[in-house]
Design a protein. Structure first.
Length: 597
């Protein structure tokens, strides 16, 4: 599909083209927001006929990589992922990084998400196996080996200290290790260690012993939480979604052991279901992956229409059966939870790193100043959110960001006291009234020592989590308190639209906008802070005893009652006269207690 400028905005596949196109041009009410936007930009389309559905899927993947359409979910920066290469055509093979896979007889491992992750893997292999890292021509006649030989990082073929066959054994161990077959590696090394000891080559035996110990230590560290006799070869895929991008975490399990993990970013998943993003990742990742395991565990099921096609595509790539399944119970379910937790943590850390980039923050603040027509750069921003479950335990949160970074010491929580039932607007009014009354008092009565609390700082921008209604409620409070000069805006989650007073149209920031990313981060933090307070109140409420509801009976008298009668049931079975004999209780209190419990 193309827009009026001829740019490709979407690539898709269809078994029946007529039905697929008809689905786009029906009633707009039946379309999701993403499809409505796509159709509104559509000016032309073209199609390519393939012989099979598998060919269509491969072609779709190729065109998505080539054109990077805005409305497709796609792997971020996926043009040239790095691989580890062991070039077996060399007389003394090396292990090095490459960005191209060729049919040249070499062994390739990957793809890796970044140069950083592939270098980390190569550093690990180099520590465990003494293959050469130099590029010199090996003649075996050098007068002495380099330093790597003396620190057991190379077997020294350059100086004739290792034959071609001995060096080939080292390279074979590297390949077996990268494949995940560490038990075979350690078994072979133990055999060589015993042979060296029998021949009284104790230094060589000690070096082999240390190598086995290092591999075993690495195995112990990487098999935590995932080792299971029922697990064979499988990949485990989970994701954490944000508005602009999605973090996809993948664990590689071979022979029941975790041999590696990696993460990838997906662009353009704003309006897609998690299962659709999973399907796109599987399609695009395994199109270039060098190995497809017999089982792929996913956090969310792919759409019903895509699942058979994906399995057929993977079966063709593997030349064998492949299952895509979502684990429901047992060890696989526990493993999926571990991968999902890693995905969530990875996305959170990525956002924290972004917040520490001063250039990105400054750009975001400058963009907000321009888009919202603010009088100055919004250094201090306060965001407000309401949390409840069907009107119970109504709470509000105030979070503060200073120069784009959270200022947790100024966070505040509010118990909503005067609102009954579900009324977000009234709850927002109460919270803002209480907060900005404190600001007015601090302005009128400044501290004589010049100390300023969080209540006394004037924000450069107040952000309300909600739409136009929430903004109107906030604006009413500011007008009533005479603080209408403080800039206001609201962020509606459904369409990520910004609303400001006196402007009927919403402000829609670009999806890749740094300003939008910062606003979402602030909004999510306010939501998290409110939810945590709400959960605390709810858990405390669930622990309350009916005794706590009786006026006049506090913690001390409650302890006396429980000490005397043993339990709440014992108090229920006791007579009023017996209860009245407890020290500190009167007959009237006993009557009131019996009526309450």
């Amino acid at each position: 599909m193309k827009n009026a400028r001829g740019a490709v905005i979407y690539v898709g596949k269809a078994a029946v083209l007529r039905n697929r196109l008809r689905s786009y041009f029906g009633s707009p009410a039946g379309l999701d927001r993403k499809t409505r936007r796509m159709v509104s930009e559509l000016a032309d389309y073209e199609y390519i006929v393939t012989d099979t559905e598998a060919e269509a899927l491969i072609l779709e993947n190729t065109l998505i990589k080539r054109h990077r359409p805005y409305f497709n979910v796609r792997l971020k920066d996926d043009k040239t992922y790095p691989y580890l290469k062991v070039d077996l055509a060399e007389e003394f093979p090396r292990v090095y990084i490459t960005r191209g896979v060729h049919q040249d007889g070499a062994r390739y491992f990957g793809p890796f998400a970044s140069a950083g992750s592939v270098r980390q893997s190569m550093d690990l292999v180099k520590k465990l196996f003494p293959y050469r890292s130099c590029t010199k021509k090996i003649t075996g006649t050098d007068p002495r080996p380099c330093l790597e030989y003396y620190i057991n990082r190379c077997v020294g073929p350059c100086a004739g200290l290792a034959s071609r066959e001995e060096y080939a054994d080292v390279v074979q161990h590297v390949i077996l290790f990268l494949e995940g077959n560490t038990e075979l590696v350690t078994g072979q090394l133990r055999g060589k260690m015993a042979e060296a000891a029998d021949q009284l080559e104790f230094e060589r035996a000690a070096a082999l012993r240390d190598q086995v110990a290092a591999i075993q230590k690495f195995e112990e560290e990487r098999t935590v939480k995932v080792d299971s006799p029922r697990m064979t070869d499988l990949d485990v895929i989970a994701l954490a979604m944000a508005a602009n991008e999605t973090w996809v975490e993948i664990f590689f399990v071979r022979r029941g052991k975790l041999i590696g993990r990696d993460h990838f970013f997906m662009d353009g998943p704003q309006d897609d279901e998690p299962g659709e993003v999973i399907a796109q990742f599987v399609q695009q990742f395994y199109a270039t992956a060098l190995e497809v395991p017999p089982t792929i565990l996913v956090q969310h099921d792919p759409p019903d229409d895509d699942a058979p096609l994906l399995q057929g595509f993977l079966r063709q790539r593997r030349n064998g059966a492949v299952r895509i399944m979502r684990p429901q119970r047992g060890e696989n379910r526990k493993l999926m939870q571990v991968v999902a937790e890693n995905a969530a943590e990875g996305l959170a850390q990525h956002r924290v790193k972004w917040l520490n980039r001063s250039d990105a923050i400054q750009g975001a603040l400058a963009e907000l100043e321009e888009e919202l027509s603010l009088p100055a750069l919004p250094r201090r921003m306060e965001c407000y959110d309401i949390s409840h479950i069907q009107g119970s335990n109504l709470v509000g949160s105030m979070v503060v960001f200073d120069s784009g970074k959270p200022l947790s010491r100024d966070y505040r929580r509010f118990k909503i006291k005067a609102v009954e039932g579900v009324d977000d607007y009234a709850s927002m009014k109460e919270m803002l009234t209480r907060r900005f009354k404190r600001l007015g008092e601090a302005i009128k009565n400044p501290d004589p020592e010049g100390k300023v609390s969080a209540w006394g700082v004037i924000p450069d921008l107040v952000i309300i989590d909600g739409g136009k209604g929430h903004l109107s409620a906030a604006q009413e409070v500011m007008l009533h308190l005479g603080l209408q000069h403080i800039p206001l805006c609201s962020l509606a989650k459904e369409n990520e639209e910004l609303f400001v007073p006196h402007t009927p149209e919403s402000i829609v920031l670009p999806r890749d906008s740094q300003a939008l990313y910062l606003m979402q981060r602030i909004r999510d933090e306010a939501h998290r802070f409110a939810i945590s307070f709400h959960r605390n109140l709810r858990s405390k409420g669930s622990l309350k005893s009916p005794i706590d509801m009786v006026t006049g009976i506090g913690p001390k008298r409650k302890r006396m009652l429980l000490r005397r009668f043993g339990s709440l049931q014992g108090i229920r079975e006791a007579s009023i006269e017996d209860i009245a004999t407890v020290p500190g209780l009167t007959r009237s209190l006993a009557v009131r207690l019996k009526q309450t419990i």
